[in-house]
Design a protein around this ligand. Sequence first.
Ligand SMILES: C[S@@+](CC[C@H](N)C(=O)[O-])C[C@H]1O[C@@H](n2cnc3c(N)ncnc32)[C@H](O)[C@@H]1O
Length: 254
Amino acid sequence: MSEISKEEWNKLFASHWNFAGARQDGHIAMFPEELPARLIKMFSFVGETVFDPFMGSGTTALAARNLNRNSIGYEINKDFRQYYEQKVISNSIFSHNTYNIREDADSYNINGLIDNLPYFFRDPLKMNNKVDVKTLQFGSKIDRSSGKREELYSVKHVLSPNLLELSSGLIVKLLGVEPNPAKAEQATIYLQNKTKGHKVYMRFDEVKYDSQNQLLCYLYLENRTFLNAHILKEKLAIADTSIPYKYRNKFINY
Ligand SMILES: C[S@@+](CC[C@H](N)C(=O)[O-])C[C@H]1O[C@@H](n2cnc3c(N)ncnc32)[C@H](O)[C@@H]1O
């Protein structure tokens, strides 16, 4: 009952997730149901109990119920009870679901209850930090003073026809661009000249890493010159046909 298909597993365990946010009612910073739903599918089985220590409107409880898990939530602000009641209880479709709201948290012996759990989940895998958050943030950061959406960098080194080191120390690979060994030197010089003295910004596709964990991006000059496209139009490199990406057909045509 807890089985996840291979396709869904790949989506869940991908390093970046894309989904819409939740509309905010009542100023409690609600997250969309999709967020706890994914984590619940990833780390629990049907019938188990999910705990949310900061329950707010109860989105986690809702996701847990909809995935046939039990849940427990703590919420310090009694005013939020109404949101939980509205979101989770009044919305209940199965008569076998039961809800129990208690306002006697102080009387619980939490440590004793934890000690009696059937098992503890300890993740044997170390987190693999693909990017240093100080060097890169996905998505656009809006600088309200300038109205610009992009984070601008300069290019420190052109390492190869598709590999550049940015001023932040981040090394990026031009998505869709494969070096043509016969033109590698010319292509590197072309990129050096194009980027010299200019700021660049990145855009990302669904595919964010290649098989060597190298960050893939579309790189633009501040004046919107699309470097991935330009280097291909100049026939200094060849289009990558090994993976799908948004501009694949366009790049192949170049
Ligand atoms: C960001 S909200 C969570 C919103 C929730 N994810 C949702 O979708 O509705 C964080 C909640 O934690 C609650 N909170 C903060 N400190 C707490 C504490 N010590 N114990 C229980 N709840 C707490 C806040 O009142 C707030 O409702």
